[in-house]
Design a protein around this ligand. Structure first.
Ligand SMILES: [Cu+2]
Length: 457
């Protein structure tokens, strides 16, 4: 299967033509030729984890832990990673939420060929936006993410933000039984509903994990949902004040974290957390269920007031007055397959009447929308199902504008949790040439049809 040459040549070349970017945006996005070499060696490999006491789980990990090695890079700098595949299967790395050239996007047969066992691939790109991101394979995703191939990618602001303390809190459920053995990552009966849930939740890879935060001082807590399926209804129980500073990497005007915040698969929030009393604990919860605990330690004496709003990322502002509106319907579409006996995944969901087939390497040759480079678009997202879907777009961020289910203060994001029967309007500038995946981040929804390609040229 040939790679789309035309896209590889265009990738990175079209950004200069994009309107709406300030000088900073152009400087950050237009990297020119990447410097040779690499700064990080990322090894994907089998690792035995002890998730269940006394039992080994045959996980796959980036490095020695799952979630894997946290990569950190400064906004505007190059991220240069040599990815070594020491797994028994082909894999790729997708950098969730990062606006980058297509050939770095990690989608097999669309942006690159799979990296075979024993091979390596150099990922090199500039990171235009600060915030909390993550990386994972885009191949056999239910199994590869399910076994542990997920990890945080933190892009630091170029200037001090006022936060002195910082913690990364990665959430993931594990599909394991009482002996630590893996259970099926995707079951058709569940894929046809909310998705196949793991049974054992974890915080930074530890069931009921503990994170320490100092008393009376503000800590930046980067909360990442790296799970295949779970939407966590995030709330805190304990004596602490918490404010949301950013959604999916992008700053918002800080607002208190009040009731449950619904954090769908792939989504992130940046919290500022100020606990009161040393020695107390704050439960991090999913609805009524405890996921983990913040243990409040002694003040460090570096206490700071609440930092101001984080600086905005250099995102292009959609031109709504001249934007073309495109409808996207997300539908339930189970139909018996004529080749059901051979099919590895059933066809259950579709976007605009088309179900993605993960076994058909030519699906991306038939994009469901073709956008003109540099133009603005409004996407009308219609969820015609009884289940919620975290809708994610590669290559570009979009601005959430409105919903028929909730009041929206517009904000930029890469993933929007589209509720059951919800209709939402989002807008973007098509400033990044390529063929970009547009899909639900419930992994077994994605693998049973809820994915599409959008072309920008
Ligand atoms: Cu979905």
């Amino acid at each position: 299967m040939p790679i789309h040459r035309r896209h590889l040549i265009l990738a990175g070349a079209g950004l200069a033509a994009a309107g709406g970017l300030g000088v900073l945006g152009r400087r950050l996005l237009l990297g020119g030729t990447p410097p040779p070499g690499f700064d990080h060696e990322l090894i994907a490999q089998p690792v035995a984890l002890e998730l269940v006491p006394g039992q080994h789980t045959p996980a796959w990990a980036y490095g020695a832990t799952a979630p894997g090695t946290e990569l950190r890079v400064r906004q505007g700098d190059w991220l240069r990673v040599r990815f070594h595949n020491r797994l028994p299967v082909p894999s790729t790395v997708h950098w969730h939420g990062i606006r980058l050239p297509l050939e770095m996007d990690g989608v097999p047969y669309v942006s690159q060929m799979p990296v075979l066992p024993g091979e390596y691939f150099d990922y090199r790109f500039r990171v235009p936006d600060a915030g909390s991101y993550w990386y994972h394979p885009h191949q056999s995703s239910a199994e590869q993410l399910g076994r542990g191939l997920v990890a945080p990618l933190i892009v630091e602001e170029r200037e001090p933000t006022g936060f002195v303390h910082e913690r990364t809190v990665s959430l993931k459920n594990w599909h394991v039984d009482e002996q630590g053995a893996f259970l099926p990552f995707s079951v058709p009966r569940e894929a046809a509903r909310n998705g196949t849930l793991g049974r054992l939740s974890s915080v930074n890879g530890v069931p009921l994990g503990v994170v320490e935060v100092p008393a009376g001082e503000v800590t930046r807590v980067r909360l990442l949902n790296l799970d295949n399926t779970a939407t966590y209804r995030i709330n805190l129980k304990g004596d602490a004040e918490a404010r949301i500073y950013a959604i999916d990497g992008n700053p918002i005007e800080p607002v208190p974290l009040q009731e449950d915040y619904w954090l769908g698969p792939g989504m992130r929030i940046c919290l500022a957390l100020r606990p009161s009393a040393e020695g107390s604990e704050i439960a991090l919860r999913d609805g009524p269920m405890r996921l983990g605990t913040f243990n409040v330690t002694a003040a460090t004496g570096q206490g700071q007031p609440w930092p101001p709003r984080l600086p905005p990322n250099p995102l292009p502002e959609p031109d709504l007055a001249n934007a073309e509106t495109l409808p996207f319907n997300f539908e339930w579409a189970a139909k018996p397959s004529s080749s059901a006996a051979q099919a590895s995944a059933p066809s259950l969901w579709q976007v605009n009447g088309v179900a993605w087939d993960i076994d058909d390497k030519t699906c991306a040759d038939r994009p469901i929308a073709r956008l003109r480079l540099g133009r603005s678009y409004v996407f009308e997202l219609r969820n015609l199902t009884q289940y919620q879907h975290p809708i994610h777009l590669h290559g570009m961020s979009f601005k959430m504008l409105a919903s028929n289910k909730r009041k929206v203060t517009p904000y930029f994001t890469d993933t929007f949790l589209l509720g059951r029967n919800e209709r939402a309007r989002v807008a973007l500038v098509a400033d990044n040439p390529g063929t970009w995946m547009f899909h639900c981040h419930v992994i077994d929804h994605m693998e049973t049809g809820l994915m599409a390609a959008i072309e920008v040229a």
